[in-house]
Ligand binder design. Sequence first.
Ligand code: PLP
Length: 376
Amino acid sequence: MPRPILATIHAAALKHNLSRARQAAPDTRVWAVVKANAYGHGIERVHEALRGADGFALLDLAEAERLRALDWRGPILLLEGVFEARDLELCSRLNLWHTVHCDEQIDWLAAHKTHQPHRVFLKLNSGMNRLGFRPGAFRAAWTRLNALPQVDEISLMTHFSDADGPRGVAHQVATFEAETADLPGERTLCNSAALLRYAQTPLQGGGAHTLAADWVREGIALYGSAPDHPTRTAADWDLRPTMTLSSRIIGVQQLQAGDTVGYGSSFVAEAPMRLGVVACGYADGYPRHAPTGTPVLVAGVRTRVIGRVSMDMITVDLAPLDAAGVTAGMGSEVVLWGVSAHGAALPVDEVARAAGTISYELLCAVAPRVPFHLAD
Ligand SMILES: Cc1ncc(COP(=O)(O)O)c(C=O)c1O
């Protein structure tokens, strides 16, 4: 029998979350961001549920090839553009739209031989200081691109650093507007946080009326996580969990007061208690730094991780279940995040927060040895 750990992908929840983007920005086209193998969910598993999107955005050319192999003929956007000149051949062959964020990418385009001009997304560095042309250099890049026969349409793009936090987006929006106001072309600014929090903010210039503009690039909210957790929860945004990581109890210990648990003896029992050993560890992608107290569901009841996470196992407190009269022991269902067969839910955001990280990292980190299952 295989180890009982399993990652279940919920297709209906993906569809529901996509419909929430439509509600937030009804007149805007939606890129489903499926980079990092669809935030760990698997491109092949999610593409059917997300076919209602207007396009897919990602950054790995091999992932773009996989999408075309799934017979997706609609738009695909490379969020980081090409990494070297010869990548442009694949863009021509597969009709990939690509971001242009630096002069080298324009040089490569200028030297590229193609019968099919490319659609490009020119990226402004409006304050994130990762990829993109700085204000002042942006217009010259646009003029260069506009003169190339290899380019047929230039769209305008920027990315927010603080859409999920108190600083917000206004300073970057002001920079974007100042740089682009009189330029033609479609616009895309919003990630999930900006979509949910600011989509209806008025935007001047270029025919785009709100911040949602022509396209939004939605990643984490599609996967059921609140981009601004803990200020808001996934339930507040009416987002549903799209991945459940579950396992089972494979051992039980009856502890006495003073007994310690696991490597480093970091947990000491204060009173007699039962402990469950779960088939899930950091080699499955569960965060090793999740401390005692990290929430977990056993038989649908919320309890906590105790002691250190080890490679293949974690230990969980069964005392709350015993106190509530819930039967739990060998074989009981354990939900590390997601939804329980008993109906309870444990948002991945809460587990991530307890472990000092973000949902993105947990979802992307589920290890190759974990079997996946696609459910409705
Ligand atoms: C350029 C770009 N657009 C959109 C996204 C989607 O962001 P989120 O998952 O927060 O919606 C990302 C993700 O980091 C990104 O890098």
